[in-house]
Design a binder for this molecule. Structure first.
Ligand SMILES: [Zn+2]
Ligand SMILES: [Zn+2]
Length: 440
């Protein structure tokens, strides 16, 4: 086998030496020169926008809006897209979602790029000139950066429309952090309302801020990037009685306590230790008074994993565990699974073909492979429809003390990352369309 392969390789090398005639090599060089010239144009355009990008990000940061309430943000986005000459600007897609098309001057495929727009119910503690003007609401996940970068990409590409081979579909999405209880929202609702249709993109890209990666760098995963997430609620029903006569009731607080511990044994004793799994009970509420045996306890939590089979098995085990623990004490347990996100899965071939572009823009040493993250992302919903690549924009700066994690009151970003984000995403989209254009 080995000998045969070596022989075959020799034949292939000889053949390619014959096939690559001087003329072909020259046209490859011309192509490379064109690519470099275009990358240079993108870089210049992005650099020229530096101050405007910072101002735009600060405007979004000062006016954060909660999930499914992104009225102002979405208006600013739509107005900007229209001003840049994008076509088919649709608003109200999945509540405050916006989609628009940039139709290039050359024929080709359709590629999509998505940014999320919502903020979080977190009070800003940073004493900065661009502090949130809405008490209790803050862009603590960097979606202000995502929206700003995608608008920047729209501006760069609109200035070189004649060179774009195909169409870029811009998707600005509300409610990534989860719609309020009782409301639909986010990626799933935008998809349901046609965001990935007419035209359907052949691939989708997105980026997320990452404070543990330094500004100037890009982090990426091949395959699983972020966990699946399933929210759940549990109701334990017992029977109330006088606090001094527990034998007359069924204490839902005691049963709930046993249930919380029993659920942790699914992780430690029933699922392969090599498979990541987190089951967190985040809230527990029950009882009415210090001297009354609680008749009912409600709990809510979240489950995370990177494997669809582990996900299904864990739900079945949670149900079984809860029912049997409750039955042992004469109580009942009900498990309701709520909102869910699939695993954020980057199509390996799409990552491999995109990495050279990222490396070219930020430098080889600044494209860093990351370990998967346990937080989830509803970008995964698009990836279930079309292949997608979700990468991470470094926004941290240890020297300047910008280290706070996602969803914290002091989260911030190094605004140098805005230009980097625009350069990288513009090139990623242009190169994708080039690689997949017929005849190139
Ligand atoms: Zn978040
Ligand atoms: Zn986020």
């Amino acid at each position: 086998m080995r000998i045969f392969n070596a022989f075959l390789l020799t034949v292939v090398l000889l053949a390619s030496a014959v096939v690559v005639a001087p003329g072909v090599r020259a046209s490859v060089n011309v192509g490379a020169r064109e690519d470099a010239a275009r990358a240079e144009r993108v870089a210049r355009a992005a650099e020229a926008m530096r101050a405007a990008l910072v101002a735009q990000r600060r405007d979004f940061h000062m006016h954060p809006e909660l999930s499914n309430r992104e009225e102002r943000t979405s208006r600013v986005v739509a107005e900007r897209l229209r001003a840049l000459g994008l076509t088919d600007v649709k608003t109200g897609v999945g509540k405050y979602g916006v989609t628009a098309l940039l139709v290039g001057g050359k024929p080709g495929l359709v590629v999509a790029v998505r940014a999320d727009m919502d903020a979080l119910p977190i009070n800003e503690v940073n004493d900065v000139p661009y502090k949130s003007q809405t008490p209790g609401v803050k862009h603590a996940c960097g979606h202000d950066v995502h929206t700003t970068v995608e608008l920047g990409v729209a501006e760069v590409l609109s200035k070189m429309k004649e060179d774009v081979r195909g169409t870029v579909k811009f998707i600005f999405q509300p409610a990534e952090e989860g719609a309020p209880t009782g409301e639909e929202g986010g990626a799933k609702l935008m998809i349901k309302e046609g965001a990935l249709e007419s035209p359907r993109p052949s691939a989708i890209f997105g980026l997320h801020t990452e404070p543990n990666v330094q500004a100037g760098q890009i982090g990426y995963h091949v395959g699983p990037a972020m966990a699946s997430s399933d929210t759940f609620s549990i109701t334990i029903r017992g029977k109330a009685s006088h606090g001094a006569q527990p034998q007359l009731g069924v204490d839902a607080v005691v049963v709930a306590s046993q249930a919380v511990l029993a659920l942790q044994n699914i992780r430690s004793r029933r699922i392969d230790p090599l498979e990541p799994l987190v089951i967190t009970v985040g809230t527990i509420n029950g009882g009415s008074r210090f001297n009354v045996v609680a008749g009912e306890v409600k709990m809510t939590g979240t489950m995370r994993t990177f494997n669809e089979q582990v996900r299904e098995r864990s739900v079945a085990l949670m149900r079984e565990t809860l029912q049997n623990v409750a039955a042992a004490y004469g109580a009942t347990a009900e498990l309701e699974m709520g909102d869910s996100n699939s695993v954020t899965y980057n199509e390996p071939s799409l990552v491999e073909e995109t990495l050279p572009t990222i490396r070219r823009v930020v430098g080889d040493a600044n494209a860093v492979a990351l370990k998967p993250f346990m937080p989830a992302e509803d970008f995964s919903a698009y990836q279930k429809v079309v292949p997608g690549f979700y990468y991470f924009l470094g926004v941290g700066n240890r020297a300047r003390g910008i280290t706070a994690g996602w969803h914290t009151p002091d989260f911030d970003v190094d605004e140098e990352s805005l230009v980097v984000g625009v350069k990288v995403m513009s090139n990623v989209l242009l190169d994708y369309l080039d690689r997949h254009a017929a005849g190139k």
